[in-house]
Design a protein around this ligand. Structure first.
Ligand code: ATR
Length: 262
């Protein structure tokens, strides 16, 4: 029986993780089985325990269980501790380990696009879990400043307060989404607006060179506006591939090349 992995979530049908992990495995000459696993909304812990009890080796965790996965782990990476969310689980020495590869996946995707992060001025739209997961890796990649703009400004302020001590010399700021202005190198849309089909309006006097949308496979008013301005832009497929490569590296100690799978 090949080594067994899975992605767990609810819903799970839409997940592209199995095809990515099977493609990486083929590329690296590794034999494995990677399934989708639907957990009941109140049955996440049981499903995780069953998977590992059946001999499963690693789990990716997706919506809405990343915070629950964080709470289950005995051993956490630094970036998962800061993100307060886990997307990669495995057992080592009989203990449940958790990591969060989303932020590094984003950094790797942006780097593969050739967009500079070192000394960059970054604006992130949204202050939910998606934003929390990427601040520390962006700061580690050398961002000079990171402004978090949110519809509910208090949430952005809370995030800045929580993460201030984790970002080294990077400057963290909070602002309201409807009062955006100034000049940035990169804007990242980490709101769930594209997932729900809501429009986001970027003011005319907001200046930026690069626009990254974390969602993929959806219409995005954010990317439409970036395209109209003639700046470079990308949807979030590269981030998905990037986080999957990081998880693959944790489990198999090899790194498939991101550009091969875009
Ligand atoms: P996730 O974990 O994916 O980040 P979340 O915690 O529900 O999801 O956060 C969603 C983010 O998208 C929030 O920052 C939310 O803003 P609020 O905190 O004000 O709710 C933002 N968001 C969702 N729909 C939006 C919209 N139509 N316009 C602007 N921001 C939106």
């Amino acid at each position: 029986m090949p080594k067994h992995f899975a992605v767990i979530g609810n819903p799970i049908e839409q997940s592209r993780s199995p095809e990515l992990h099977h493609a990486f495995a083929k590329d690296q000459g590794i034999e494995l089985q990677y399934d989708k696993r639907l957990a009941a909304l109140d049955g996440f812990q049981q499903s995780v325990e069953d998977f590992f009890a059946e001999g499963g080796l690693g789990l990716n965790v997706t919506v809405p269980f990343k915070e629950q996965a964080f709470a289950l782990c005995t051993q956490l990476s630094q970036r998962a501790t800061i993100a307060k969310a886990v997307n990669t689980l495995w057992i080592q020495d009989g203990i449940l380990h958790g990591d969060n590869t989303d932020g590094q996946g984003l950094v790797n995707a942006i780097t593969a696009l050739g967009w500079p992060l070192k000394n960059s001025r970054i604006l992130i739209l949204g202050a939910g879990g998606a934003t929390r997961g990427v601040i520390y890796p962006l700061a580690q990649a050398g961002a000079q400043s990171i402004q978090i703009a949110n519809r509910t400004v208090a949430r952005a302020q809370q995030l800045v307060e929580d993460l201030q001590t984790s970002v080294g010399t990077a400057q963290l700021r909070a602002s309201a989404l409807d009062q955006l202005h100034g000049e940035f190198d990169l804007i990242i849309n980490a709101t769930s607006a594209s997932l729900t089909g809501d429009a986001l309006h970027l003011p005319d006097d907001l200046q930026f060179q690069y626009a990254y949308e974390m969602a993929y496979g959806k219409a995005s008013s954010f990317l439409d506006q970036a395209a109209q301005r003639g700046v470079e832009y990308s949807d979030g497929y590269g981030m998905l591939v990037g986080q999957a490569i990081e998880a693959f590296d944790i489990w198999h100690a090899v790194r498939p090349e991101l550009k091969k799978f875009l």
